[in-house]
Write a protein that binds this ligand. Structure first.
Ligand code: NAD
Length: 359
């Protein structure tokens, strides 16, 4: 082992967490390893001023440990903002496991992850995310009391609550922009008909909206045509559709310098995470006169359902908090207009204000 590598304090060190571009005042970063199961995990606790850090655990075949660290740092900070804006008494955290969920995942590895979470003594509460199912969380929960969204503590699939929040968000945006209390006769273009997108389509259909739907999965599209009398378009055309609202419910980074000039809808409001390719795109939407419902504000129904579920009937409480997403968005829209700033920037400011008040 070479311990004589010259290193001066202040040098940019490629392996130093503290010099990492995504390191933004994170409170604690834990690197966990278990030789027997092959577990390699990074748990990032970004901020616990509002309460214990909460955020999902992602299992992904990262090419490098550095890529996993980048994800853990970035996503945990995102959870701080999301939980704060959703009015939850929870901080922000995230775990990543460096493994291929299709070939590497084992009960032993999931249990070893549970041990790592338990060692943090409740400072971090974990949940499912990409590559980790609610069934996996049951295995994690064998070793820790701090696993959310299990059969004992959870309300099951968070998607219906996410969809409810998106529906309330669309109504708030329509009220603000079009001064209308109902959606009857308005057209919404939905990109992605997965667990969330399909449920949003159902809410919209029931309220009398017209739908243009798109998905790379032809079966989902056929189902929506049959169930809701929806029209269809190619997935890559969804943002260009002649609609009042564009509702992205598939992948992130769909709002960028190429797509924004082509958007015909006056409102963008959907569930997809990380919709803006960059912060500049928030300004670009505003300059184009498009009202954008910030993604982490409108899609918080899932984390609300995971965080607030507990023993007994917590469905009503979760619904109430999820419906409040509409009011939060109205506050964001009003302030963005008054301060002439992009809605995403206002969402960040509101979250920061709640965090500062907690100190
Ligand atoms: P999902 O995997 O069930 O559905 C995604 C759908 O998008 C699938 O039907 C898929 O075929 C389709 N799709 C993939 N690529 C596409 C493309 N290029 N064009 C059109 N369709 C495409 O996922 P979900 O749970 O419905 O989540 C949808 C989005 O919402 C994701 O970005 C997710 O991160 C975000 N989100 C979900 C939740 C939740 O509770 N499930 C919570 C917060 C945010």
């Amino acid at each position: 082992m070479n311990i004589s590598t010259p290193y001066r304090v202040g040098d940019a060190d490629p392996v130093s967490v503290f010099d990492h571009p995504e390191f933004k005042d994170h409170e604690q970063i834990v690197f966990g390893y278990d030789a027997a199961s092959g577990l390699k995990t990074i748990i990032a606790i970004h901020d616990t001023r509002l309460g214990p850090a909460a955020g999902g655990c992602r299992m992904w075949r990262y090419d490098t440990g550095a890529a996993a660290l980048t994800d853990a740092l970035r996503l945990s900070r995102g959870m701080t903002y999301k939980n704060a804006l959703a009015g939850l008494d929870l901080g922000g955290g995230k775990a990543v496991i460096i493994a291929d969920p299709r070939t590497d995942k084992s009960e032993q590895m999931l249990e070893a992850f549970g041990v790592q979470v338990e060692r943090l003594g409740g400072r971090y509460r974990t949940a499912e995310d990409v590559g980790i199912s609610s069934a996996d969380m049951e295995v994690v929960a064998r070793k820790t009391a701090h696993a959310l969204g299990t059969a004992q503590t959870g309300l099951g699939d968070p998607s219906p609550y996410t969809a409810l929040g998106v529906f309330e968000g669309i109504k708030a945006a329509v009220q603000f922009r079009l001064r209308r209390d109902d959606l009857a006769g308005l057209t919404v273009s939905i990109q992605g008909l997965g667990n969330v997108g399909f449920a949003v389509a159902r809410f919209l259909h029931e309220t009398g909206a017209r739908l243009i739907v798109s998905d790379i999965n032809a079966t989902s599209v056929a189902k929506a045509v049959e169930a809701f009398g929806a029209r269809t378009c190619e997935p890559a055309e969804a943002h260009r559709a002649d609609a009042d609202v564009f509702c992205p419910c598939a992948l992130g980074a769909g709002l960028n310098s190429l797509t924004i000039p082509e958007i015909r809808a006056g409102i963008v409001a959907g569930a997809a995470n990380n919709q803006l390719a960059s912060d500049t795109d928030g300004t670009r939407l505003r300059d184009a006169g498009i009202l954008y419902a910030p993604d982490y504000a409108i899609n918080a129904g899932g984390i609300i359902s995971i965080a607030l579920a507990g023993p007994g009937d917590t469905d009503a409480l979760v619904r109430e908090k999820t419906i409040a997403i509409g009011r939060t968005l109205t506050r964001i829209f009003e302030r963005a207009e008054a301060e002439r700033r992009p809605t995403q920037a206002i969402a960040d400011t509101l979250a920061q204000e709640r965090l500062s008040a907690a100190v």
